[in-house]
Write a protein of this length. Sequence first.
Length: 232
Amino acid sequence: MTQTDVGYPFLEREAVVLDIETVPLEAALAVPYPAADRDPPASYKSEEAIDRWRQADAAKWATERVKACSLNPRLGRILCIGTTRGVLMAQTPAEEANILDAAWRELKHSHGKVVTWNGSWDLRFILLRSLALGVTVPLPPSVLTAWFKRYSTTFHVDCKAVLTNWETPVKGEGLSEWAAFLGLPPKTAGVTGADVYGMAERQEWTAIADYCAQDVATTAAVYAAIRPVFGV
């Protein structure tokens, strides 16, 4: 487990600003390409054309499988957790429980008050991976269920939900777009969550930590901007 310093000025102890990055479990990626269930278009007649389609479809399926597994706590794991104190990295699956335990200690210190950007998914992923790994959850069920209540910011301030009045997320309404709208510095361009698995495969741990830390820092800046107006 490695830890890096986020290094931004938002250091309020009353709330933890949090973001996670996830990757697929190796066992989930070991599932073979389901060739029998995926047929080429009827217009493909020659063996050569079908083979080309099959190769392209297998590559497409593998990419989609990585994304689907990364988003599913049964099939993926937490690679890193960024908070107001820094970024905890689980370079191997064996380290995941350690970073979860550390994150829970910080959340307990904040009495369960957490700030995220579209973070109901992050928090549920943390909770379910903790259940799977037997990591102690030190907060009462009343706090945990409050994290997922719409129109509530008592324990979980989802900055995106506050800004969009809990409307269903749509494309183009991301953290970078809203940070720009609020006149805040943008995140570094060129890296998205879809790149994290490849970066992990290449062991680019510092770059992953920097990416996660930027999300935390930008979320903290958005929170600081909206807090006086919305009283969250």
